[in-house]
Write a protein that binds this ligand. Sequence first.
Ligand code: 4AZ
Length: 836
Amino acid sequence: ILCHISGQDKDWDTNIQFLPASDNKKLEKKKGPGIVGAVIGVVIFAAVIALMTGLLVWHFHFRNDVRLKRMYSGSMRITNQGFIDAYENSNSSEFKALARQVTSQLKSIYSKSPQLAKYYVGSTVQAFSEGSVISYYLSEFDVPQGQEASVDSAMSSMDKLVDKEQRRVARPSNSLVLEDVRSSALDTRLLSTPFSRYMQFSMHTKPNEIGQIQSPGFPNSAYPPNTFIQWQLRADPKHIIKLDFDTMNLEEDCSNDFIKIYDSLVAIESSVMDEMCGYHSPSQPLTFLSSGNVMLVTMASDKENDYPGFRAKVSQVPPVTCGGNLMGEKGTFTSPNFPSYYPPRNLCQWSIQVPNGNAVKLTFKTFLLSEPGQKDGEDCLKDYVQVNGKKFCGEKPEGTVTETSQTNTMEVVFFSDASYVDRGFNASYEAINAKDPCPKQFQCRNQRCIKTELQCDGWNDCGDMSDELDCKCKPQDISCKNGLCKPMFWKCDGVDDCGDQTDELNCGCKSGLVTCKNNECVSEKHLCDGIDNCGDGSDELNCGRSTGVLCSDLTYKCKNNKCIDTVNPECDGTPDCEDGSDEENCDCGRSLFKTSRIVGGENTQDGEFPWQVSLHVKGAGHVCGASIISPQWLVTAAHCVQDDPRTRYSQPGTWEAYLGLHIQGNTAKNVVKRNLKQVIAHPNYNAYTYDNDIALMELDSPVTYSDYIRPICLPSPQHDFPAGSTVWITGWGATREGGFAAKVLQKAEVRIINYSVCNDLMKAQLTSRMLCAGVLTGGVDACQGDSGGPLSSPSGSRMFLAGVVSWGDGCARRNKPGIYTTVTKFRGWVKEKTGV
Ligand code: 4AZ
């Protein structure tokens, strides 16, 4: 039913008939005057070519009838008919008879609209369902290019056309009485993708029985490419459909493969409940409820991919009931089907009443009412919650929506419209003393109550910052210019914690003086004067001298053993060394994607960190991360390869390395699995202090680089990763302390933290071979399972391996950054062992 652009091809064929080859042959066969014949031949040939060119120009520039097929899906209620079982079977004569009536009436409706009549091709009825009878159909139009919008707009006012048609006096007496007309253009992806296969399944659920639908091949093989499938689901009248996914694992990009769920029997976009792709963790419930007794699930796939697909249980349940009277001191209530998706077209109303003399305080723990086309918190014209007449919608962080009533009653309304559903809310109410809503606590502007000691402590505990405004800072705190107070140990850590840089001012030396790397202060006049005034040479760096510089810990040593004063000259695209050696071996640190700057852990794109490796213990799955540094060598953490009584982690035979991996368990075609030949832990690794936490792994055979498998750049021993600079952590480790490992490779943006600030925070447990990175406010960090993986530092257009994930005090805690092995300290050792 869904196919590609039409019309154009036929016209093209007619023009091609002018191709002149056969004419030439006829001319040759005639015995005639040699040269004259040839000249005539050439002239005719030229004329034909000119004619053809003219026709082509005319065709593409002046003919305006390149037509596009446009499909609309629709549904309407036929109120003067009753549903009979035979309507469920599209082969029955009853179905066919009613379908004929529907299509003829549609034709008559479209004929009343000048925009539609011209281009209308035909309609097919897809299904009928109860109530009186609802008809679902597809209508096809052949629309000249550029006219799509006018046809779309005419279709969007179809309901008015129908009304007009219904009011006609001379209506045939046996015509259908129609109402509730809905129609919309089909998802454009369905028309632009040339599917090679279409499949359709129908299921009518039975009471107390659970059916099942799944993608073809599940669970034994990947779902087929270039396929469009739809499942039409029905329940008995006065029941709704419950669709419960136990597996959902599709390609990540919804523009390629996707599942859509409709509250209808045809794909009407105004009835779409949700669109899904990628992976959904089975630990979170994923169930959908319809509003009536029908539901449609569609799935589209494009080119070959190696993803398992989905499986879902289908059952019929009574319609949801919600709302009611809530009494007492406190209680909780949720949106229907919470924590899974609420049904569309739903309205619930709760009346809360607490004992006389009190007020009601309502707090939403979870609040998820997002919907495409509705900005968070604005207008709330689609799905919303209404409390005391005030509407809320969108997605709100935990506990940030709170409302308090003036009296001892409160009215709460929940409304979901016809399209897009979400997980809804979980709310609790309590009786409070209206005069003192936060007894012995601080009341935030958003009406939350927090412990008094959390006020002015530098942390945004209220969620709206109101606990950190108008503060008198304690002597041990930094007083930011903007009125905020921040803990003193955030001073001079390289991060703008105040938001106005106050905490990063006066960190070095007085004005007129510059701060050396060793924190000494020297006069600005001494910069680049050829004398080492700092004592560590840092006043003589970046002076543009490419020869004759005395070598120090801070200068870059070229291959010819001469030193240059440029900071981080490797692979920056400019040869700084006389011998150009700083630009050698630079096929590293680049990926298909530019990494976007978003704070907080989130899914990577496939191929965004192509040096990331997943180290599996054979038969046990992912254990640690690693980084590719050459076709045959990986860098990981020494603590990942220490034997314990059960597993010989130090042995190459224990491990298998997955390169080019994006989703655990999804060995797509970009993934390369390798056994190991060698594991070399650093000889000075200390299992108590985690000092020298670095190891090398040699693959049993080299890999070929691809878009998904590439090395990261190794920094020179002098490479500078300054405090405050942005770096990226990546891995499949736990997404919260003590939590589960991630399925999709995660990334998070963190910053390098000043060494002495960090050493204080970590109770002086750092050695000079460790560096700190994180977000001191907490919430972003590496965690268990990320160990051994890269700390990737952007420099120019490349990423350098700044660190190896090593250890930390828990994960993502306040003031507890992640600790990483400093790779620059091991550059010589890596070279010695691997030659890289
Ligand atoms: C671990 O157990 C681990 N927060 C890795 C990194 C961190 C903590 C623990 C840093 O592998």
